[in-house]
Design a protein around this ligand. Structure first.
Ligand code: TXA
Ligand code: MG
Length: 321
């Protein structure tokens, strides 16, 4: 079976599941989504129930083509820069927050006048979205607050039979969630960093993002503790890694000394490869059930921004959640 294509039977089954108001585990290039018909309120309610997600956290609507944009966003109130971003980065790992069309359900938007839209760049997601024809609401396919899934196995472990069917599209290429950009003000604003960085956006479109950290609870990833393993997880320095006892270590170095009780998981050196591996390694580390997970700090270069954000959230104190 190829992970990059879907058989006609599977496509038929996927569309039927969605049309019947069911939940589908859908591979995308960022993370697996828990997809449901964005125009079916009952189906969307099932997403919140399955994830244990608070109802005021809005969902991203996924589309197949730019031609569907006007079905969901109100083009009259959409600033010109949003179209430039859409043209340059869709299909791809970017979500735009746009003024919504009046029919978009409150349960999707959290009652806000905006809607989050994304055209994913994954052949299976694209085939399903095209065959389905409408929008698919899809948060990451994990229990609320836990590590996002980057394989079909992760979805199964996290949600079990709360999801009607999972399409196995192999490991996600990008590995962390999309960059979210608020397009409702005169200047685009970064809400959630990802692998499409403000630098890349500046270089390719000339647009400067507002990066003021005015996080609202509307962006669920903005809660301090999120994307977190069950094992206590800490972001630490090289020295602390070398002094570790009874821990799983995520480091881009080789261990200086081997110690019983310390399990070393090697991480890649480039931002792209690190992002691709991150959630897989966190899942692995969590499964090992050690006392703690210690993650060695990563470079402060701009292309690591999305990764640093996820590491901070994976290691934030659960009490501040
Ligand atoms: O890469 C991704 O974005 C993945 C894949 C499946 O597409 N999806 C994902 O969804 O990460 P989720 O639900 O885990 O995160 C969506 C984020 C949340 O932080 C939510 O608050 C924010 O998008 N969001 C959605 N609609 C919004 C809106 N109208 N205004 C502000 N934030 C919004
Ligand atoms: Mg999520």
């Amino acid at each position: 079976m190829s992970f990059q294509s879907i058989s006609p039977q599977d496509l038929y089954h996927a569309v039927n599941t969605l049309k019947a108001g069911g939940l589908l585990g859908l591979p995308t290039e960022t993370v697996y989504g828990l997809a449901a018909d964005a125009s079916n309120e009952k189906a969307i309610q099932k997403i919140f129930l399955a994830k244990g997600r608070p109802s005021d956290h809005p969902l991203i609507v996924h589309l197949a083509h730019l031609t569907q944009l006007a079905d969901w966003a109100c083009a009259n109130n959409t600033p010109a820069y949003a179209f430039r971003l859409a043209e340059r980065f869709w299909p791809g790992p970017m979500t735009l927050i746009l003024p919504k069309q009046s029919h978009v359900l409150d349960i999707i938007t959290g009652g806000q006048p905006t809607v989050g839209l994304r055209i994913p760049n994954h052949p299976i997601a694209h085939a399903v979205l095209t065959a389905f024809g409408g929008g698919l609401a899809a948060p990451s396919a994990n229990l609320f607050g836990h590590i996002s899934p980057t394989s079909a196995q992760h979805v199964k472990q996290s949600l079990g039979d709360r999801v009607d069917w999972i399409i196995d599209g192999g490991p996600c290429t990008i590995g962390i969630e999309s960059t979210i950009i608020d397009c409702t003000q005169a200047q685009p604003r970064l809400l959630r960093p990802g692998m499409i960085t403000p630098n890349i956006i500046k270089e390719t479109t000339g647009l400067t993002l507002n990066q003021e950290n005015k996080a609202t609870p509307r962006v669920s990833g903005a809660l301090a503790s999120h994307y977190a393993p069950r094992t206590p997880t800490h972001l630490v320095t090289t020295i602390e890694i070398d002094q570790a006892e009874n821990a799983v270590v995520l480091s881009h170095r080789q261990p200086t000394i081997r110690k019983a009780g310390v399990r070393w998981l090697a991480m890649p050196n480039t931002a792209q490869a690190y992002a691709h591996a991150l959630y897989q390694k966190l899942h692995e580390a969590d499964e090992l059930r050690h006392e703690q997970i210690l993650i060695e700090g990563v470079p402060s270069d701009p292309e690591w921004q999305g990764i640093r954000d996820r590491l901070m959230k994976a290691s934030a104190d659960k009490l501040s959640k």
